[in-house]
Ligand binder design. Structure first.
Ligand code: PPS
Ligand code: MG
Ligand code: MG
Ligand code: MG
Length: 350
């Protein structure tokens, strides 16, 4: 399956959504953040990004269902009128901006495509699909790492195409990630793209359709304890377990704490050593949009991604990873050593 059209459209959609989130961050006003039932934040950037991407997907692939993180229920009330209008303004500004190099007006961009408020709300709600094991579906995290986004740290716009429970395409935009890890204060804004059996690549977010700028990604097959460390979440992980795993592996480099799937992206280009996530809340089920877009990136970069038992992630059981607890992603050799250490730490009852 070449999936060339899907790849180009997903890249264009994610790039436009990143333009929206960057705009929002630069102009974030008071009262543009709501709190969801689980106490997590959601901003006009999350809703706007979801509306932009779903509009483009609707245009290109009208029959494809979408499992998106956000929905418009709270936005439709009287008390959120100002937020609602701001989202509509942002979405139309982004969708109607002139075509960018590499884009095609058939993809749902262009001056005539301004949407009404109801249409924008409906586009957000095209993400309400419950998932499943057969057929095509897209999964979307319009801003992953919303807390990171709010504090000016790392966040990512993440989109994946799943066919019959298997991830075939992943596109992750990281507006705040330096293009080169060796130059952390250098230019920022990367997009990571992986297609099944076609490899994984990083591009500049400014120039994602130029194959000459593509950097192929490879996870090192082997590593030494001196140059390995854990890439971990800022909030959602059991840090005592991670510390003990590092100790068992003889890793002395301090962990890298980073919000969002930018962790997976960093790993895919050889930074750190392992993405390790054992949720603090044992009842929590990971969401497919938090991992599917990057799972294929890790695999196509030559790495392995499993749960904490070493089992493959099953993306066909609905909106959550119902059968998987914990995530370990790393190069092949590192993965098997980390898995062994995680099993030992769990046996120790940590
Ligand atoms: N309890 C619990 N346990 C584990 N994970 C949870 C939990 N609650 C939420 N989430 C999801 O974590 C996503 C953010 O992951 P990060 O690795 O960026 O975490 S953190 O921001 O560094 O804390 C975050 O994604 P976004 O909401 O898209 O930011 C959530 O989907
Ligand atoms: Mg969220
Ligand atoms: Mg997320
Ligand atoms: Mg999110």
């Amino acid at each position: 399956m070449s999936l060339l059209t899907e790849k180009q459209i997903a890249i264009a959609a994610v790039r436009r959504a990143c333009a929206l989130t960057s705009l929002v961050f630069n102009q974030l006003r008071q009262n543009e953040t709501l709190t969801k039932d689980d106490e997590s934040p959601v901003t006009v950037g999350d809703f706007g990004s979801q509306a932009v991407i779903n509009t483009v997907l609707r245009h290109a692939f009208p029959d494809d269902p979408i499992v998106g993180e956000e929905d418009s229920a709270e936005l439709r009330s009287d008390s959120t009128e100002a937020v609602r209008h701001r989202i509509v303004e942002l979405v139309n500004r982004i969708l109607t901006a002139p075509l960018q190099p590499g884009e095609n007006e058939q993809w749902g961009f262009g001056p005539e495509r301004g949407l009404s408020t109801d249409e924008v709300m409906d586009m957000i709600d095209r993400g309400n699909y419950n998932g499943g094991s057969t057929g095509r579906l897209w999964t979307l995290d319009p801003i992953d790492g919303t807390k990171g986004f709010l504090r000016g740290g790392q966040y990512a716009v993440c989109l994946a195409l799943i066919i019959d429970s298997v991830v075939h395409l992943g596109v992750v935009g990281c507006p705040n990630l330096p293009l080169s890890a060796s130059n952390p204060s250098g230019p920022r804004g990367c997009i990571f793209v992986a297609v099944k059996d076609q490899g994984a690549f990083q591009f500049s977010l400014d120039d994602p359709f130029n194959p000459e700028t593509a950097v192929p990604l490879h996870l090192p097959a082997m590593s030494t304890p001196e140059n390995s460390c854990i890439l971990q979440s800022v909030g959602h992980t059991r840090l005592t377990v991670n510390d003990r795993v590092a100790q068992l592996l003889g890793w002395t480099m301090p962990p890298i704490s980073m919000d969002s799937q930018a962790k997976y992206c960093s790993l895919s280009r050889g930074e750190g050593g392992v993405y390790l996530r054992l949720a603090g809340d044992l009842g929590y089920r990971e969401k497919i949009w938090d991992h599917a877009p990057s799972a294929i990136l890790i695999e196509e970069a030559g790495g392995v991604i499993t749960d904490a038992d070493g089992e493959p992630l099953n993306f066909g059981l609905g909106r959550s990873l119902e059968n998987n607890y914990g995530i370990i992603a790393a190069g092949k050799d590192v993965h098997s050593r980390v898995l062994k250490a995680v099993k030992q730490v769990r046996a120790e009852g940590k």
